[in-house]
Design a protein around this ligand. Sequence first.
Ligand code: SF4
Length: 471
Amino acid sequence: MRSRILKDHLKEECGVFGIMSAEARVSTLTYYGLFALQHRGQESAGIAVSDGREIFLHKAMGLVGEVFDDATLKRLGGEIACGHVRYSTSGDSNVINAQPLVFKTRYGTIALCHNGNLANSIFLRNDLKEHGAIFQTTVDTEVIAAMLARGNGEDLVTTIREVSRELKGAYALIIMTSDKLIGIRDPYGIRPLCIGKIGDDFMLSSESCAFETVGGTLIRDVYPGEIVEIDRSGITSHLPYGKREERLCIFEFIYFGRPDSIMKDQSLYMSRKTAGKILFREFPASADFVCSVPDSGTPSAIGFSEASGIPFLEGLVKNRYVGRTFIKPSQNQREIGVSLKLNVLEEVVRGRSIVLVDDSIVRGTTVKRLISRLRVAGAKEIHLRISAPPVVWPCYFGIDTPSREELLGARYSTDEIGKLVDADSIGYLSLEGLVEATGRSGFCTGCLSGEYPVDVDEINGKLALEGRAMR
Ligand code: SF4
């Protein structure tokens, strides 16, 4: 049995990448782009390429390095490519649901890559079925595909605009036709998408780290509700009518995005480091050293160390060769699940007091086991500091949140959580502190604050009608 729960985190969505170039081997650059986005989805990977007449597709279950080899990439010849890595939050985890999806429309054959989730997908799916649509997959993406296929706008961009008016939720899309690449971001910009350049050629990606990987540079984020059209003549922006304030998922800054990515013109690494500094300001502690839960807790731990003057040491060592899926240990082998990824450096922790910094607590299972193992290794005191507020509400935008009964922050006070995980003291960064650390505004903070960018009662009403009320 394969399990996705290795670290106690919310789970990412997917990663998308696209490029148009007459010069470069676009399938190979997309492969490397997807490699850089692998942290956003490890279940399946796919690349579609257009040679100007036909679209060629290869997709399969597995990591990017497992799905593609040199021969496959050579077969995918063309001038435009789009690719996808998937973590399934809607639909089953099987190859039929892997992306890109390729389908026919009145505008020609189209490849579609989608990051996000639609809150009203069942409603839309049922409506499409009543009008004769037949579905082969169980993913939201096929609902968007069916709506595009049914569209009859004067051109594809007009149809995309009409379809987006009916979509409720969070989405970033890359659409490839035989001769162009189109990027679309939902009206609130909840899911990220950015534009990059390599030489004179344009790229689209969920995160800017992919541009650097392929030797390119970031130009800017796609604006909320914007449609970006890339073809041989260059790039055209179609801005939405009536601008809405951006509400990017704040978990991109906390954990989802790679630290070397830039979002909202801000370095995620620097923002996480600043979060650690503010965490010290809000919840100071004295100890022999600051230690992170690697890797995601490390920038904030370094920030905490810099602000406090307490040295940063590695007390936990990460096995860098464990992917995010593994053979799930049986109930009585639970410790192995943590040891597979993290081991304690006994020589560093024995007899010493520690500030342990992690980026978030969801269920609390991993941090509890880590603290227990640090104590077995001889740690004198453990002061737990979390560089984000407690997760207390569900996500309505496709992020895989456990039920409220499983969310530690929804059931217990901070002091109770400290006792439950056996920490000597505990402190969570405040929401104000987190936003201050980003140096930006315009975020969705729904799962932390209960304040969502859309009317949750409306979404809940639709979900209830569809028989899948939120947990
Ligand atoms: S509810 Fe939380 S996880 Fe979901 S989009 Fe908003 S901030 Fe992100």
